[in-house]
Ligand binder design. Structure first.
Ligand code: KPL
Length: 297
């Protein structure tokens, strides 16, 4: 299959390497074009993939059957707006990022779109990407044409298992959103690993309780207890991780808070809900972000 991976960060390189190894015709797409993308991944079993893969070939993009978007949530709509006119009408777009709400920002189009959430963890170490934890990628349709693209779950599963297809992907995305509402801002504010969060039980419970309230009013069957149990499971399996938001704050990069806690606050507000605990976390992260962005612009 011809595939373009938009974004060649840790997750992008993980997918590029595994799809290439599976025999797919892959290229990367990066903001500042370069002749190739150096993909250097070390897998959990110690095996390494180290190869230069092609990038930014417009012909390859036009013929791609899948555009796999691994950008940060806040980069998605502007990057995709310029690429949408270059894609063929059967190209499926899969958005894989933390948070929700990007699909509502895209310009009108008729392409099949899938949304996904992954629990694979990969991070930069020197020049390499280390695939630190295997996980599950949940995918499903964001529009009617996306519903016909379930065959992609098998292709992606063969490259980087596990991949699970959901006819209704939204409950999985909300569960992952709850995890990110807890782990990302708390680790960024306390400058700690995911595992260190077990000492913040009271705050974790309040965050989950507010997210569960929004989910319930949006029509999802959920309880604070089930969100809590999922959050603690992820804290446990990723205990040594430095969350993506902690890394963003440490490196003075823009964070995904607008699409994580910000998305929950927007949905809550539309139902007249006050979410004081999540609101405070949102403001604190925005303040940190503004402190360094003020000086860089
Ligand atoms: O998605 C993550 C992130 O860091 O962004 C979690 C699941 C919290 C793992 O660190």
């Amino acid at each position: 299959m011809k595939i373009t991976v938009l974004g060649c960060g840790a997750l992008g390189q993980l997918w590029l390497s595994t799809l290439y190894q599976q025999g797919h015709d892959v290229q990367g797409w990066i903001r500042i074009p370069q002749p190739f993308c150096a993909v250097n991944v070390i897998f959990p079993d110690g095996q390494a993939f180290n190869r230069n893969l092609p990038t930014n070939d417009p012909q390859h993009l036009a013929e791609s059957q899948l555009l796999l978007v691994t950008l940060k949530a806040w980069q998605v709509s502007s990057a995709l707006s310029s690429l949408l006119p270059l894609l063929n009408e059967n190209c499926t777009i899969l958005l894989l990022h933390n948070g929700m709400g990007t699909v509502d920002e895209l310009p009108a189009h008729r392409l099949p779109i899938l949304l996904g959430a992954t629990t694979h963890a990969a991070r930069h170490e020197g020049n390499a990407i280390v695939h630190v934890a295997s996980g599950i990628t949940h995918i499903g349709p964001a529009n009617a044409r996306g519903a016909a693209a379930s065959y992609l779950a098998d292709q992606l599963h063969d490259a980087l298992p596990d991949v699970a297809w959901h006819d209704n992907i939204l409950p999985s995305l909300w569960n992952k959103l709850a995890v990110n509402c807890v782990i990302n801002p708390l680790t960024a504010l306390h400058d700690c690993t995911n595992g260190d969060l077990i000492t913040y039980g009271e705050q974790i419970e309040k965050i989950c309780s507010e997210v569960a309230e929004v989910m319930a009013i949006e029509g999802y069957q959920t309880h604070k207890e089930s969100l809590l149990s999922y959050v603690y499971q992820v804290i446990d399996t990723t205990s040594a991780n430095h969350s993506s938001m902690l890394q963003d704050i440490r490196n003075q990069r823009h964070t995904e808070i607008d699409y994580i806690t910000g998305y929950v606050l927007r949905r809550g507000r539309s139902h007249g809900l006050q979410l004081p605990v999540n609101n405070r976390l949102f403001e604190k992260i925005k303040r940190k972000e503004n402190d360094y962005e003020r000086f860089s612009s």
